[in-house]
Design a binder for this molecule. Structure first.
Ligand code: HBI
Length: 369
């Protein structure tokens, strides 16, 4: 069934421009989804901080860049902290732009994990849909998400069930997963490569556990990612006599996937309720099986024994045992899983269904009134 073409406004995260790496997984989600929605024929206006760039152009895509000071990340704040709006902040400016043009659109999709856009949903000026990108990181965010869930249950969506369990929602959560542009990932069948780890280098990502595995096996560990917490990285390096970590930095997708694809396994060690686990799917898209703690999103992406292994959280022995058996996993299974469940086309179809449900539900409510 061909769905009606939608005119959509997508609003990016305010903690850094698209391409800076500061937005973490959200950056990849936005870029993948835009490509997927354009593939379905929808028209997009992307509103994002100045400096944002996308790796493609389209006559169905318009980008509006907004200057302003980055919003402080909730990951650097405490749960009970108030909402901070910096002087000349980019967040309010992004949403002034949305309000100015919203009546020309069918819907707005918000990717910011921020109070302002959620609160604006109550004003009902525009139909704002929120793809919540993290588990519970802030009391005031948990509160406003719960309130919007009670007022507009169809306008919230989550990446995974486990992520949504952090929130008190009125109805069953709408789960849309995530999506990746399969053309950006090349399948690598090599089974004898090194061990890899990828993610923002920060305590909640648990790098030290993967280093312990590599150290035990007497191997190097290739590490990709934005070093957000330098002190944490330094402490890990200094807790081992030999040099275990080979730092590869935060690479653009084309270079990252080419290096990642050479690994025989990716080890994923979340210490928090990881909302999704982009790097897990990126690895599998290159044919790399994943060994991950069964916590948060990763527990819903890995089918134990099929595309990787799930290990009890913080069980280093379990990680070592799984690493030793990784050759049991057929690398093609990993690629097939992503094609079927997490390509940007499949993701865009799930988002399209979500929007239509939210828009029609709204309309049907009007009819009921
Ligand atoms: N913090 N205030 C704020 N807003 C965001 O959109 C945000 C954040 N912290 C982290 C983050 N987004 C993303 O890196 C994660 O959602 C993936």
């Amino acid at each position: 069934m061909i769905n009606k073409q939608l005119k959509l406004i997508l609003v990016s995260t305010p903690i850094g421009y698209l391409g800076s790496g500061k937005g973490g997984g959200v950056e990849l989600t936005i870029v993948s989804l835009i490509k997927g929605l354009i593939y379905l024929g929808h028209e997009i206006i992307l509103i994002a901080p100045k400096g944002s760039k996308l790796p493609f152009e389209s006559e169905l895509l318009e980008i509006r860049l907004i200057d302003g000071i980055d919003q402080p990340s909730w990951q650097h704040l405490k749960k009970k902290d108030p909402v901070l709006i910096p002087f000349n902040g980019v967040l309010p400016k992004l949403w002034e732009e949305v309000i100015n043009i919203a009546n020309e659109s069918d819907a707005v999709i918000n990717f910011a994990y921020d109070w302002l856009p959620l609160w604006l949903t109550k004003i009902q000026l525009i139909k704002i849909f929120h793809l919540i990108s993290m588990g519970d990181e802030s009391l005031i965010m948990k509160d406003i998400i719960s309130e919007i869930s009670h007022l507009f249950p169809f306008q919230l969506a989550f990446h995974t069930k486990s992520q949504s369990k952090d929130y008190s929602l009125k109805t069953d959560p709408i789960i849309v997963g995530n999506g990746f542009d399969m053309e950006n990932y090349l399948f690598n069948e090599n089974v004898n490569g090194p061990l890899g780890w990828a993610g923002r280098i920060a305590p909640e990502k648990g790098l030290e556990d993967a280093v312990k595995v590599a150290n035990y096996l007497g191997e190097k560990l290739l590490v990709w990612g934005f070093i957000e917490d330098k002190k944490y990285a330094f402490e890990i390096e200094n807790s081992f006599t030999k040099e275990i970590i080979e730092w590869r930095g935060f690479l653009p997708t084309d270079k990252f996937q080419e290096q990642l694809g050479r690994c025989r396994a990716l080890i994923n060690t979340p210490k928090w309720n990881e909302a999704y686990g982009n790097v897990i799917v990126e690895a599998m898209a290159c044919g790399v099986p994943v060994i991950a703690y069964d916590l948060g999103g990763p527990g819903e992406l890995i089918e134990d024994g099929v595309n990787g292994f799930l290990v009890k959280p913080n069980d280093i022995e379990g990680l070592i045992k799984a690493t030793k058996s990784i050759s049991e996993i057929k690398r093609q299974n990993c690629r097939n899983w992503v094609e079927k469940k997490a390509s940007n086309k499949v993701f865009a179809e799930r988002v399209e269904n979500w929007l239509n449900k939210g828009l029609n539900k709204k309309i049907s409510e009007d009819i009921q009134d």
